[in-house]
Design a protein around this ligand. Structure first.
Ligand code: ME8
Length: 674
């Protein structure tokens, strides 16, 4: 039996025949969130993900690109790793099926099963589905399950794995283990499938037809069927080498969860389980098949339809944590979901900007304004505070149970219920009125409650929104280790909303989730369909074009994006006029107390007192050379603290990273510069 404090979770390994989209992101975010949660609970976690690189689909794509298949994979895998990086995915291994250790494992397993007569050679005549890479039965075709244009009739000698001989063993395993396949409806689907006679599995492809795969160790004219190869990643990724006595993987196997989409339920529940029976390894503890994200019109996302939702667009416009949050909050894990940008933004505004933001920014602003930048004492708690504590206690229990069951949206609902209760508490307690009547003791208690609930949500949301949680907890001087410690204590004894230490510093910082009033421009531009050539001509006021000039018009039509982009980046004269540029005279210059790169200057810009300017010019100028220099100053830049020293204007200079020369005009300080 595996140690209960270890936890293994996997995602499917994704085909490198295209780039990742939100569907792939979804499974990966779900796995990452639970991996992070278990680590917070002090468990030792192995989180395995990666790419599926062999087989026909990948070969076809490589051929289309005119590339060698391995070179194509090396090129594509960059996009998959970039997606993981962008989403903050904390995997322990990113396996590629072209990795040498994986290939060795597959080869050893094949040889063993062949030696044990569990693999045999036979001739197959029938229908083959090209893009799914499977052989289909006449019955499947009669039932219209497959698009005829994708079917090819073939007669082929191949190697077969005796999958059919495990049918009863598999039915018994599923029936006797209620958590093996989840949700329940998926389990029933598999049992339904197993009512038909289970055939054997063709596990080879002749090289003459498809050569991109792992060569069979007992016949060099064949490569391994991509699914037989890919499924073994779940063991090779954990150190299993395929030999009979191997124990290297047993710290992590059987995995707690294989997370997959419902599209690959049969391959995992039937092919994979029977393969595990054959090699004498236990089945995964739970195979969880989640639902399917479709675009707003209910259509399957596909490159050819142009309705694929790109992860980058969401992360670039709304941030990584909001993206992670949305997918796990919006639907229950198992159900299907329809994606729209409007729905995404609404969820963002309601949950994150309003509810969560109200508590963590408005609450914090009030506390800091009235009581200073430190944690106030608790004071005497009334029934109102006791009710919040009670809700927080119940919510932690609920949250933990739902996290363990992968019911992410219910776990989030539990946290949100505490946020909502606290926002109502703010309204009913009316801290502004308490402040007005000068009841400091009561104000301290109410404000302390708000701060404590902020910390509470920061801890519980950490697995979902690691960066924002760190930012929020950072306002209280807490870090991820504190979050772990607090979660541990709350799971043991329940939270008392007493995580903070009186007098500890608190800072307000920026709002975590600024509200969006309209869809970001980049998304609107993306959603606005491109005009056709004819529509574009009409926009230009041209009714028809002659054959002689058609090419020129078409070239202009093709160029229009570049020009639109170039004009988008231009500013108007009015925009420029907003700059308050003035002549200045440097009166004093000295080092910055904390940063060698910076100097602190006093500059006369024609006002009753000089402006303090912090400038990154120390690498070029010694303070004494600057005194008496005439410069150009941007006077209406918002003041900002640079490493703790306030800067009230900016000097204009040449040079991008390193300053080359200061811009200078010989004019009376305060003179307008244009
Ligand atoms: O099937 N909604 O790889 P794949 C939800 N290589 N999830 C989606 C989705 C959507 N619209 N689209 C994709 C393969 N997914 C094989 C797996 S495993 C040994 C081999 C997710 O690149 C979901 O997890 O087609 C689905 O199962 C998986 O991506 C399919 O990825």
């Amino acid at each position: 039996m595996r140690d209960e404090r270890t936890f293994t979770i996997t995602t499917p390994i994704y085909y490198v025949n295209g780039r990742p989209h939100i569907g792939h992101a979804y499974t990966t975010i779900a796995a990452d969130t639970i991996a992070r949660y278990r680590r917070m609970k002090g468990h030792e976690v192995f989180f395995l993900t990666g790419t599926d690189e062999h087989g026909q689909k990948v070969l076809e794509r490589a051929t289309e690109r005119g590339m060698d298949p391995k070179a194509h994979c090396d090129d594509m895998v960059v996009h998959w790793k970039a997606m993981m990086e962008k989403l903050g995915i904390s995997y322990d291994r990113f396996i590629r099926t072209t990795d040498a250790d994986h290939i060795a494992t597959v080869t050893t397993v094949l040889q063993r099963l062949f030696d044990q007569d569990l693999i045999y050679k036979d001739t197959y005549k029938g229908w083959y589905h090209v893009s799914d890479e499977i052989f289909v039965t006449e019955k499947d075709i009669e039932e219209g399950k497959y698009d005829k244009s994708e079917l090819r009739e073939i007669e082929e000698t191949n190697y077969f794995f005796k999958m059919g001989s495990y049918q009863q063993q598999l039915i018994d395993a599923i029936e006797s283990n209620p958590t093996l396949i989840q949700p329940e409806s998926r389990k029933n689907e598999v049992l339904g499938f197993l009512r038909k006679t289970l055939g054997d599995l063709c596990i080879s492809r002749p090289k003459s037809r498809m050569s991109w795969g792992i060569e069979l160790p007992f016949d060099d004219e064949f490569v391994t069927y991509v699914w037989f190869d890919a499924l073994l990643n779940y063991l090779s990724g954990l150190g299993y080498d395929g030999s009979e006595g191997c124990t290297a993987h047993l710290k992590w196997w059987p995995a707690n969860y294989h997370l997959i989409g419902k599209d690959i339920l049969t391959t995992h529940s039937v092919y994979w389980s029977t393969m595990l029976f054959a090699i004498g390894q236990p089945l995964v503890q739970t195979l969880y098949a989640h639902g399917w994200w479709v675009s707003a019109d209910g259509a399957k996302m596909s490159k050819s339809k142009g309705n694929v939702i790109d992860v980058d667009v969401l992360v670039d416009n709304y941030g990584v944590d909001a993206t992670r949050y949305f997918f796990l909050r919006e639907i229950s894990f198992g159900a299907d979901g329809g994606f729209t940008y409007e729905g995404f933004q609404q969820r963002y505004n309601v949950d994150l900007a309003n509810d969560f933001g109200n508590l963590t920014h408005r609450g914090l602003s009030m506390a800091l304004k009235w009581l200073g930048e430190s944690v106030p004492p608790v004071g005497e708690r009334t029934e109102a505070e006791a009710a919040i504590v009670a809700r927080a206690r119940e919510a932690v229990v609920e949250y933990d149970a739902q996290m363990e069951a992968l019911q992410y949206n219910k776990a989030l609902e539990a946290v949100i219920s505490v946020v909502d209760a606290t926002n109502k508490y703010i309204d009913t307690q009316e801290p502004w009125a308490i402040n007005k009547r000068g009841d400091t003791a009561r104000l301290q208690t109410v404000m302390r409650t708000l701060l404590e609930v902020s910390v509470y949500t920061g801890v519980l949301l950490a697995p979902f929104m690691p960066a924002k949680s760190a930012e929020l907890l950072g306002k209280f001087g807490l870090d991820h280790d504190d979050a772990k410690r607090l979660l541990g204590a709350w799971l043991d004894d329940g939270p008392g909303l007493d995580a903070l230490v009186e007098g500890a510093p608190v800072s307000l910082g920026e709002p975590l989730f600024p509200r969006f009033r309209q869809l970001p421009e980049a998304i609107v531009a993306m959603l606005t369909p491109d005009p056709t050539f004819e529509e574009w001509l009409a926009e230009q006021g041209v009714e028809s074009v002659s054959d002689a000039t058609k090419d020129a018009w078409q070239a202009m039509y093709a160029r229009r994006h570049d020009e639109e982009k170039a004009t988008k980046d231009l500013i108007t004269f009015d925009d420029f006029g907003k700059l308050d540029l003035r002549a200045g005279l440097i009166l004093e210059a000295g080092p910055h107390p904390k940063a060698d790169r910076l100097l602190v200057l006093k500059v006369d810009v024609g006002e009753h007192k000089p402006r303090q300017v912090v400038a990154g010019i120390a690498s070029k100028y010694a303070p004494e050379e600057l005194v008496g220099k005439r410069v150009v100053v941007v006077c209406n830049l918002k003041p900002a603290k640079l490493r703790g020293v306030m800067s009230e204007a900016m000097l204009m200079a040449a040079g991008e990273k390193e300053v080359v020369d200061l811009a200078s005009v010989v004019a009376t300080p305060g003179e307008v510069v244009r």
